[in-house]
Design a protein around this ligand. Sequence first.
Ligand SMILES: [Zn+2]
Length: 555
Amino acid sequence: MRKMSAFVVVAAAVAMWMPAGAQQPPAAPAAQRPAAGADDSLRPAPNRRADEGKGPFKTLVIRGAMLIDGTGGPPRGPVDIVVQDNKITAVRSAGTPGLPLRASRPPQADHEVDATGMYVMPGFVDLHVHAGGAPKNADAEYAYKLWLAHGVTTVRGVPLAGNAFTVSEKARSAKNEIVAPRIFNYQRAGVGWNGGTVDDAAKATEWVKWAKANGVDGLKLGSWQPDIMKALLTTAGSMGMGSTAHLDQGGVAQMNAIDAARLGLGTVTHFYGHFESLLKDFVVQPYPVDQNSSDEYMRFGQVARLWDKIHEPGGPEWKAYLQEHLKLGTTFDPTLTIYSAGRDVMKFRNAEWHDKYTLPSLMDFYAPSRTNHGAYWYDWTTEDEVAWRNFYQVWFRLMNDYKKMGGRVTTGSDSGFIYQTYGFGYINELEMLQEAGFHPLEVIQSATMNGALTLAEPGGKPIEFGIVRPGLLADMVIVDQNPLQNFKVLYGTGAVRLNEKTGKAERVGGIKYTIKDGIVYDAKQLLADVAAMVEKQKKERTAKTTTPAVAVRLP
Ligand SMILES: [Zn+2]
C-alpha cells in the first residue's frame, strides 16, 4: 500500500518547496550544539573549531589580485585589498599590468593572501535556500560547507528551516561560532507561532507582527487569496520586512505575478505567476482534463506546456508586463537551476560531483519516488524534456528582457531537490543566467550586488556587503582562474582543461578561498570535510548491508 505522508499532502496543497522530512522526529542533538527545534529534522552545525577558518585579523591584505567588484564594472588589477577585522578598509592599485608589482604597498599585515594572478569577487548571495533535513541530509553543516565552498557567503532561507532553528543558526553565524554563510530568515505565513492557521486578513496581520517580533526578516509567500495577500504584504511593508513569493499553481488564477507585485510583493521567485500573467487565450492554464496537481509528474510536466500558451515574447503585452514590474520595482529571482534536470535528467542524475559530494541519502531522495518532493521521474520522457527545453527559451528571454530594460534579476538556487546538490546548483545558476543572455559581468552583478540590494532595501538601509568596496563587510571569493572566461571553474570539481604542455587533461579552478566577515576559509578544505561526510555515510551503509542476517528459525 502506498501511503502519502503528511508532508506530501501539505506540500501539494500549498505547492511549496519545504525542507524535506519536516514531519520526521527530531534527531538527537550532538554535543556542543543547540538542540534541534521540535519541528526540525535538521541538526544545527557544530561549533567552529579553532582550525576552521583563519581570522578575523587586525589587518589582512589580499595582494596583487584582479578585482571584479560586483557593481558590473570591468575587472581591474593588480590591486591590494586591505581588511581590518571584518571590514574592507582599502582597495589600492598594486602596480601596472605587465610590470612587477609596485614596491610601496599597504602595510605589513597580520595575515596576507598572495592573490597574484587570481580573481577576487564579492561573496555570492543565494536568495533561495533551504538547509535540508533528514532523511536527505540530517546535518545543516553539510549544506553550509557546500555553500561556502562555492563562494556563497549570504543566504536567504525561504525558509532555511523552522523559525526557532533559523533564528538560532542566524545568530551563531553572525558571531561566526559556526562555519556558515550569513543567514536571512524568511518564513511562511502562519509558521512558528501558537496563533493557529492564517485564514483571514486579521490573522495575517497578527502573524506578521508576531513574526517581526520573533526574528523573521521577511515573508515567503504562496499565491494567497487576495485579501490575505494584501494584509500580509501591507503589514510586512510597513514594518520594513521583505517578501518573496512562489506563486503556486493552486492559487495563481487569483494571484499571478503582476497581481502580487501590485500589492507590494518584493521578489517573484521561480517562474510561477509570470506565464499566468501573460496567458493569451485563457485566464487559467489550459490543463489536460485529467490533470491532478497533487501528482508531481503532472504538476511539473504541465508547467513546461505553458511556453506556447502566452502572448508573443517581445510583443506589446510582454513589454507592458515587464514595464509594469520595472515601475513597481519587482525583483526576479528565477532559480533556473532547480528545474534544469527537467530538460536533461540523465545529465544531472550523473553529474560528476555526486559520487564524492552528494550524500547517498540525498541521492536516494532525488530518485523517482511518489513521496519525495521533486522526485517526479515516474516516467520522464523525451517529450517532457523537449517541452522543458522550449519553456526555458521563453523563460530565459523573459529574464533577459527584464534585465535589458533595467529590471533586477538575482541568483537563487533552491538546491537539495531535483538532482541539484547545494553549492553546485548555485554555480549552475550562474551558467544558466549566461545562457539566458547575460554577460558574465552581469551574472556576477546579479550574484552579488543585486542580491545584497534585495536584502537591504526592505529595511531602508544601504547594503553592507555585495560589493568589494571600502566600508563594506569583508565577504569575498578568490579563485585562481578567470570566472568570466568560464563559470565552470567555480564548481568544487573545477573545470577540465587540456594542458597544452603535457598533452593531458587536467582539472583547473575550484574556488580557493571564501572570506566571510574577514575570516579566510580554505574552500578545498571545506570540500574535503563534505567528502568525508559522504564517505562516512557510505561506510555506514556498507557496514549495515554486510551485517550477518538473523538466523532463520526452522519450523
Ligand atoms: Zn524553495
